[in-house]
Write a protein that binds this ligand. Structure first.
Ligand SMILES: *Cc1c(COP(=O)(O)O)cnc(C)c1O
Length: 246
């Protein structure tokens, strides 16, 4: 357990973050995009809740977790901080009820049955549940996400889910093939989004493209990412007592 965050740790986080923003800006400018089009989602799964205030002070306002239970725990810890939460990992239906009120966006919706659950919750809780649909862009069977060819059919079904607002698509590049393969997969997701947008029902905007992590965010930005989900790169060089053990 951490008793307090030292000024060295704060300094480290600030340095990491400003380096990341420099790289975001350079990648955006390379393809004549404005860095302001890009939202940095700080994935906090590697660190203890005690690190969050320093992360917020360093300029992160959007925090994310990949596991609902860890999100609940950190959201409670950070209740008084000016942050918004995103969920970026799988959501089991029995964890949806508690998760939905805590999050601004769920990046990882990958089944129609989850859409149904979110619709029911949205209706009961009197809210629009904002989500991205996760697409399996790597073709690796172990990865989550709708198969791309299923997407037109999924969008067609959205009319049954008026309390679910689909804001865009999310994808994770595969482990194989390095940055070249990642680029192809990101470009594929953007083209899929553009195509789907033309035929999507009017309430479906598909503005957002959540793609790019610590190892491939520049390529993702060059290919049109509007949200990048960064974890490890933000926490490089932090002492082990800041890190989660598991
Ligand atoms: C952990 C995680 C990230 C961040 O990964 P890094 O490579 O550490 O930046 C992004 N997206 C999802 C879905 C994750 O689970």
């Amino acid at each position: 357990m951490l008793s307090g965050i030292s000024s060295e740790i704060r300094q480290k986080l600030q340095t990491n973050l400003s380096r990341v923003w420099d790289r975001v800006t350079a990648a955006a400018e390379k393809v004549r995009r404005s860095p302001q089009e890009i939202t940095l989602v700080a994935v906090t799964k590697y660190v203890l809740p005690e690190v969050l205030p320093a992360l917020v002070d360093a300029g992160c306002q959007i925090l994310a977790e990949s596991r609902p239970q860890e999100l609940w725990r950190k959201a409670e810890f950070a209740a008084n901080l000016p942050v918004r939460w995103h969920l970026v990992g799988p959501l089991q239906r029995n964890k949806a009820k508690k998760t939905v009120p805590l999050v601004e966006l769920i990046h990882s919706v990958d089944s129609v049955s989850l859409l149904e659950t979110l619709e029911t919750l949205g209706e009961k809780q009197g809210r629009q549940v904002r989500v991205l649909l996760e697409v399996n862009i790597s073709g690796e069977p172990a990865k989550h996400g709708f198969p791309p060819e299923k997407m037109p059919e999924v969008l067609e079904q959205l009319k049954w889910f008026p309390h679910v607002q689909v804001c865009g698509l999310m994808g994770i590049a595969g482990l194989e093939g390095g940055l070249g393969a990642a680029r192809q997969q990101f470009s594929f997701l953007r083209e899929l989004r553009d195509r789907l947008r033309r035929s999507a029902p009017p309430q479906v905007e598909l503005r957002e493209l959540s793609m790019g992590m610590s190892g491939d965010f520049e390529v993702a930005i060059e290919e049109g990412a509007t949200m990048i989900r960064l974890g490890s790169i933000l926490f490089e060089g932090l002492p082990p007592e800041c890190l989660k053990k598991d």
